[in-house]
Design a protein around this ligand. Structure first.
Ligand SMILES: *[C@@H]1O[C@H](CO)[C@@H](O)[C@H](O)[C@H]1NC(C)=O
Ligand SMILES: *[C@@H]1O[C@H](CO)[C@@H](O)[C@H](O)[C@H]1NC(C)=O
Ligand SMILES: *[C@@H]1O[C@H](CO)[C@@H](O)[C@H](O)[C@H]1NC(C)=O
Ligand SMILES: *[C@@H]1O[C@H](CO)[C@@H](O)[C@H](O)[C@H]1NC(C)=O
Ligand SMILES: *[C@@H]1O[C@H](CO)[C@@H](O)[C@H](O)[C@H]1NC(C)=O
Ligand SMILES: *[C@@H]1O[C@H](CO)[C@@H](O)[C@H](O)[C@H]1NC(C)=O
Ligand SMILES: *[C@@H]1O[C@H](CO)[C@@H](O)[C@H](O)[C@H]1NC(C)=O
Ligand SMILES: *[C@@H]1O[C@H](CO)[C@@H](O)[C@H](O)[C@H]1NC(C)=O
Ligand SMILES: *[C@@H]1O[C@H](CO)[C@@H](O)[C@H](O)[C@H]1NC(C)=O
Ligand SMILES: *[C@@H]1O[C@H](CO)[C@@H](O)[C@H](O)[C@H]1NC(C)=O
Length: 871
């Protein structure tokens, strides 16, 4: 009991993972306990965080290598275990705070991590209350639906003497607060079945990420419909996925019932949620109607409407055996009852009241301020009684309060925290035998019930505050202060006023920001780029020069022809005095944010010059207007070429290879030819432009950054860029380095290969290109990977090579991605396979083997720069 199904053997249907701007999904907290870093689980489309910051204790461990591939869930591969203390807690702080309904899920996979081959058995608490007992060796989840009364939700693992508690993952999902209602109790889920189905669903089909296990009962007949969008009714807050409601089982005939039963611990109170929808189109006037009985008692009569979701909750039921039956009424005619999905919960009573919030806040502040670490200092302070924090005594009123705090001989130092005076119910405070310094705070006198205060054996200074002295004189307070050599106990001592000391920090802060500015300027100043052959290409073909606004007007013929629209304004066709065409990007006056990025772009483009980077012809920066004038790229952007179905010209395989090599060269120059390296930050197919001879050039440097440090030491920065191309590691850590560009470049390669955009829009949701392509690659089905518009006109060897290169660019962890120079070398090899093949075909020996192709490639390598465009 208490276990929600074992999914070891259950495959998951994984196709439609939406791309969510790559943030944490709103209302989700996903923690992979014991994981070394945050990551994007591409399988699930969910970001997982490592557990640092959610828990203070325990150690991380990887499971035994014998089991590491036992199941495919990344979250099962590491865990955190808790050798010390009887109660260890995770604290979740959902943005939406208390009073909302949350689904909280813990996941466990023992995987013999400790080499003892003995699975531990331990308890879980939600806040201060018993939730369930964990006893499993398989990948198993335990779920609870819970409405917290505080903004912090604590999930605690309790050592009951049957082994060291551990946990693999912890997830929180915000639910609509109108569903799964129960007064002051929580619902522990035991099973959740998608009846008549053979695949498991969770997010993104289920927006609440409930896990729907596939279930087929064998005495009834499965029915299903193909998925229809009208089945997911957005007004129905349960939001059971259409895929789940779309399958059901029905009784064999109208006279039979669907019957379910299971044994139960009779202390359990069950609540069963049935989910129905009519999925057979019945003749008009006919309706399926049936009754639900629980342990022989009629609970509900249900009439279904076609494709309309309906959820029915049973009354609470208990006993040593629970049975349910669903039986057609006479009104149902010849239509037997059906069941689409069902959830089985038991009630978790919330009995223990949490300690008063003021006390919790004050103690947490003290804990943090003095870095107090004690095994028991986790979870609620006072409740349940057996788990009260070491050094505390509480009154168990409603709510419980701290009446005694004993921090004697704990090696604490510094001034006394003001928050001590917030523990208003305190009767006894023992701080003796520490190294506290500073004045004795007057505010301690405000504690109304304080009877005993021990400050002895510290190093307090000043004198005893008057108000405390008065309490002592009135015999309300017993104070001990012996062993404080610098404390003045004579009347003549009055505490001195503190001198103002804020001037120095202000000056320090101000000069700090000046220093930052200087560093920033220095970076731009020092930025120099060389081409590979060592001479500066910067002694330029086209001179960057300032243009006046009047000139801009003239060049663009009064902004006559719009050729594009960027994030910050329109791009116009221009014609320079000598007749050369140009592209003129104007900064729209409404775009304030754009100004900085405009500047960045102008500054960088004045420094970087490479044949695979779009070059700047000039710029205009007068008071009102900003314009950047670029070389004109006749053939527009790459995205357009890949997606324009109407275009008669489909980029050939060779074109694509050529573009890949060009773009990689441009990027290699930014990363490795520039000191410090320049990170583009917004690489995408719409930023790769093609000139009249289909030569590719990288454009749009608005988000780029030059890096002070030369090797891959990273800087932290706000996420920027375009969904679908963003490095998942950068997303989660904010650490930006060259490998972020490599990831985006990998996505671009996949677009070149498949023709699909980074985020594939489909009727039923958005799919990231990696999500789409990975299973096909795994199947080895290269024909399905490559853009169908090529009509099979590509070489399988070079296609595989390009796919492998693309795959190498996109691991979730940045360190596993190669440097762009490595990618470039691979792409050149790819190009050579293609060229060798082309040559051999021209020579009539079309049956060239791939090994031969590889042998030929070095011949062509040096030649590459002069390869003519095949158009
Ligand atoms: C557990 O306690 C031992 C001894 O007190 C200590 O050495 C160890 O670091 C603790 N481990 C954790 C995970 O707190
Ligand atoms: C734990 O599970 C095992 C196997 O399912 C069972 O035999 C054992 O009785 C369980 N122990 C407890 C304490 O529930
Ligand atoms: C774990 O899974 C294996 C095989 O999938 C099964 O044989 C075993 O009984 C399961 N153990 C538990 C405790 O459910
Ligand atoms: C729907 O039912 C048919 C046969 O009745 C079966 O072959 C098919 O796999 C079912 N589809 C799903 C999604 O269960
Ligand atoms: C269900 O199937 C299993 C094995 O296929 C069989 O042992 C069991 O008796 C069946 N139950 C019913 C109610 O038909
Ligand atoms: C259901 O029961 C009624 C009366 O007992 C009988 O007339 C009818 O034929 C039965 N229907 C089926 C489908 O067994
Ligand atoms: C039933 O549950 C109660 C409380 O959780 C527990 O103390 C008791 O041992 C259980 N009984 C059985 C037979 O498992
Ligand atoms: C279901 O439970 C009720 C009450 O415990 C009992 O009277 C009835 O016989 C049970 N039905 C079946 C089919 O087990
Ligand atoms: C505080 O704890 C110390 C040692 O654990 C003990 O000697 C002392 O009496 C305690 N103080 C109070 C007020 O209980
Ligand atoms: C106690 O405080 C005084 C004055 O602040 C300082 O000079 C002295 O070193 C301190 N003694 C100890 C043991 O910390």
């Amino acid at each position: 009991m208490g276990r929600m199904g074992v999914w070891l053997l259950v495959g998951m249907v994984g196709m439609l993972i939406p791309v969510h701007g790559q943030d944490q999904i709103p209302g989700f907290i996903s923690i992979d306990c014991g994981a070394p870093n945050d990551y994007y689980d591409i399988e699930l489309g969910i970001y997982y965080k490592k557990d640092e910051g959610f828990v203070d204790s325990g150690e991380n461990r990887q499971i035994s290598t014998l089991f590491i591939n036992e199941n495919k869930w990344q979250q099962s591969k590491n865990l955190r275990f808790f050798p010390n203390g009887t109660r260890n807690c995770y604290t979740l702080r959902p943005e939406q705070g208390k009073g909302n309904t949350y689904l909280i899920r813990t996941l466990f996979y023992y995987g013999n991590y400790d080499n003892k081959n003995q699975q531990p058995i331990f308890d879980l608490h939600i806040g201060t209350d018993y939730w369930t007992t964990v006893n499993t060796s398989n990948w198993t989840s335990y779920e609870i639906i819970h409405v917290p009364t505080t903004d912090n939700i604590q999930v605690c693992l309790i050592n009951t003497g049957n082994g060291v508690p551990y946990i693999s993952a912890l997830e929180l999902r915000l639910l609509d607060s109108s569903i799964y209602l129960l007064n002051s109790a929580s619902l522990s889920n035991h099973w959740r079945y998608d009846i008549g189905s053979s695949v498991m669903y969770r997010y993104p089909q289920d927006i609440y990420d409930r896990l729907w296990s596939a279930k087929i009962y064998n005495s009834t007949i499965p029915i299903n419909i193909t998925w229809t969008p009208s089945l997911s009714d957005n007004n129905d807050a349960y939001r059971v996925p259409a895929e789940v409601l779309g399958t059901a089982q029905r009784a064999t005939d109208a006279n039979s019932s669907i019957h379910l039963s299971w044994p139960s611990n009779s202390t359990n109170k069950w609540c069963i949620y049935f989910h129905f929808a009519e999925i057979e189109s019945l003749p008009s006037g006919q309706k399926r109607e049936f009754t639900i009985s629980v342990n022989g008692k009629l609970a509900e009569t249900v009439t279904l409407e076609y494709l309309k979701p309906l959820t029915v909750a049973s009354p609470l039921v208990s006993g040593s055996k629970i049975n349910l039956s669903i039986k057609a009424t006479p009104q149902s005619g010849r239509y037997p009852p059906i069941l689409n999905a069902v959830e089985f919960f038991t009630i978790v009573e919330l009995r223990n009241i949490l300690t008063a919030m003021d006390d919790i806040t004050a103690i947490n502040d003290i804990k943090k301020r003095y870095s107090i670490y004690r095994d028991s200092w986790q979870g609620d302070l006072c409740a349940p009684r057996d788990f009260i924090w070491d050094g505390l005594e509480c009154s168990y009123d409603n709510p419980p309060r701290i009446i005694s705090l004993n921090l004697s001989s704990s090696q604490l130092m510094g001034d006394l925290a003001a928050s001590l005076s917030d523990l208003l119910a305190l009767v006894s405070l023992d701080l003796s035998g520490n190294q506290f310094t500073g004045l004795i705070p007057e505010s301690l006198a405000k504690l109304p019930n304080l009877k005993f205060l021990n400050l002895s054996e510290n190093n307090f200074t000043g004198s005893i505050p008057e108000s405390l002295q008065k309490k002592i004189d009135d015999k309300q307070l017993q104070l001990r202060v012996e062993g404080n050599p610098h404390l003045c106990l004579e009347d003549s001592c009055k505490p001195k006023k503190k001198r103002n000391s804020y001037i120095i920090p202000v000056i320090a802060a101000a000069s700090g920001s000046v220093a930052i500015l200087l560093v920033a300027l220095a970076i731009i100043w020092r930025c120099k780029c060389k081409n590979k052959k060592g001479h500066r290409e910067g002694t330029i073909k086209l001179k960057n020069r300032p243009f006046s606004y009047t000139e801009v007007l003239k060049i663009t013929d009064n902004f006559k022809t719009v050729i594009g629209e960027g994030g910050f304004g329109k791009v116009y066709l221009g014609t320079l005095a000598n007749g050369t065409k140009s592209a003129v990007k104007m900064l729209s006056r409404t775009s304030r944010q754009g100004y900085r990025e405009f500047k960045t772009e102008a500054q960088l483009l004045m420094i970087v010059h490479h044949r695979n980077l779009v070059s700047l012809v000039g710029y205009c920066d007068d008071a009102e207007n900003m314009a950047l004038i670029y070389e004109f790229m006749e053939n527009g952007d790459l995205r357009h070429h890949l997606s324009d179905q109407s275009s008669t010209y489909v980029l050939t395989w060779k074109d694509r290879l050529r573009i890949a090599v060009d773009a990689a060269q441009g990027l290699d120059y930014l990363h490795n030819g520039c000191k410090p390296p320049i990170i583009h930050r917004d690489l995408k197919t719409s930023n790769i432009l093609l000139n009249e001879s289909m030569q590719a050039k990288i454009a749009d440097f608005g988000l780029s950054k030059a890096f002070a440090a030369e090797n891959d030491s990273h800087i932290s920065t706000r996420p920027a860029g375009t969904p679908g191309y963003l490095d998942p590691e950068f997303q989660s850590s904010g650490n930006l380095n060259r490998k972020s560009d490599v990831y985006s470049f990998g996505v671009i390669l996949f677009e070149l290969i498949t023709g699909y955009p980074a985020v594939i829009r489909s009727g039923s949701g958005n799919i990231h290109i990696l999500r789409w392509v990975t299973p096909i690659i795994e199947r080895g089905d290269i024909q399905s990977v490559v853009d169908p518009r090529l009509d099979g006109k590509f070489n399988v060897n070079s296609a595989w090579k390009l796919v492998e290169t693309a795959v190498s660019c996109v691991p979730t962890t940045a360190v596993r991605r190669p440097d762009i120079s490595r990618v470039l070398a691979e792409l050149k090899e790819c190009w050579d396979i293609e060229m060798a093949l082309e040559r051999s075909q021209r020579m009539g020996s079309s049956k060239i083997r791939s090994t031969e192709a590889f042998e030929m490639m070095s011949v062509e390598l040096d030649d590459y720069e002069s390869v003519p465009i095949a158009r």
